[in-house]
Unconditional design. Structure first.
Lengths: 149, 98, 93
């Protein structure tokens, strides 16, 4: 699966973006392109040290300033759904997305959706997933994404 | 470039990523591209310090930009489970200076 | 492309890769690509007490852009071949 397909699938979802300069942006993804430039709505920007906040209706971030993006867990399942769907429907090309790097490994491709995301997190102390999605909640006050000044 | 060091062989495996800002993030590699952008699922950060053992922070699903990545290591689960992280003390890694 | 070709010749040899964060990793060169990304096998960090961060890693991918030095095995350098290749490259062949 390509990182940019996952990002594209995350359209409409909340996400957290940390820039190389340490600022973080929480907002809903409106759109993105192949350079990872992204357009967010309902944004809260947090300064590097996490002590100042700005709210803005929308913002546009140039891809090459990004360090990482944190997206809601369930988005990854949607990518898989859509790749299997486009393949079984045999939609003509151009339907975008899909193109999940040619699956050389097995004859049958992916076990269509619902993959239990098993992995048994034994090591994830703290009860594994279920973290509140990084959303536009005020103050973004959970240390999660950042830390270290 | 059939012989190139792609990350194909690591897909769906647990990997340990060292980022340019000195963080260590462990998770399952779900995808990557030419620019070494990667998708990490069920990821957590291992925070090293000299005062206490390694702290683990749950992060979840991450896309890490390639130009922020230094090393992608294949985590040997057996070796890893034999480590007592709570006893490991070390300075955090220095950031990469280009 | 010269260094790409050169590193391809070194596959299978032991090298030490020093990164721009001062971490030095030793291992068997498994592969290289055109960005000079490097894959090492059987890795160990040179100063493990100071850098225990990769204790449970035996194989790794190192992004070419963060490599400061690659320390080569002495027998990995054939000056004559390198000279020739350099001249050929300079001529644009």
């Amino acid at each position: 699966m390509l990182p940019l397909s996952l990002l594209k699938t995350a359209q409409g979802h909340p996400m957290l973006v940390e820039l190389k300069n340490g600022e973080t942006y929480n907002g809903h993804l409106v759109n993105c392109d192949t350079w990872m430039n992204i357009h967010l709505r309902e944004v809260i920007c947090t300064s590097k040290d996490g002590d100042r906040f700005w709210r803005m209706p929308e913002c546009y971030i140039r891809g090459n300033t990004i360090k990482y993006l944190r997206v809601p867990d369930e988005v990854i399942d949607k990518v898989q759904e859509e790749t299997t769907k486009t393949r079984s429907d045999r939609k003509p090309p151009g339907v975008g997305r899909g193109r999940g790097r040619g699956r050389e490994e097995g004859p049958s491709g992916r076990p269509a959706k619902g993959i239990g995301r098993g992995q048994d997190d034994g090591n994830n102390k703290g009860g594994g997933r279920g973290r509140g999605v990084p959303g536009g909640k005020g103050g973004g006050g959970r240390g999660g994404g950042r830390g270290r000044g | 470039m059939a012989t190139g060091p792609g990350l194909e062989s690591l897909v769906d495996q647990t990997i340990s990523v060292i980022t340019n800002d000195g963080r260590n993030i462990v998770g399952v590699l779900k995808g990557f591209d030419q620019a070494t952008n990667i998708i990490l699922d069920e990821s957590h950060e291992r925070v090293y310090s000299t005062k206490e053992g390694v702290q683990q922070l749950v992060l979840g699903l991450y896309i890490i930009r390639g130009d922020n990545i230094s090393v992608v290591g294949e985590l040997d689960e057996e070796l890893d489970s034999s480590l007592d992280l709570s006893k490991l003390r070390a300075h955090p890694l220095k950031p990469v200076i280009h | 492309m010269l260094f790409f070709s050169y590193f391809k010749e070194l596959v299978g040899k032991e090298v030490t890769v020093e990164l721009k964060n001062d971490l030095a990793i030793r291992g068997t060169l498994h592969s290289v690509d055109q960005y000079l990304n490097i894959k090492l096998e059987n890795t160990r960090v040179v100063d493990q007490d100071k850098y225990p961060h990769m204790l449970s890693v035996r194989n790794c991918f190192i992004r070419g852009s963060v490599v400061r030095y690659v320390q080569l095995p002495p027998d990995g350098v054939d000056i004559d071949i390198l000279h020739d290749a350099t001249r050929r490259e300079a001529r644009g062949a």
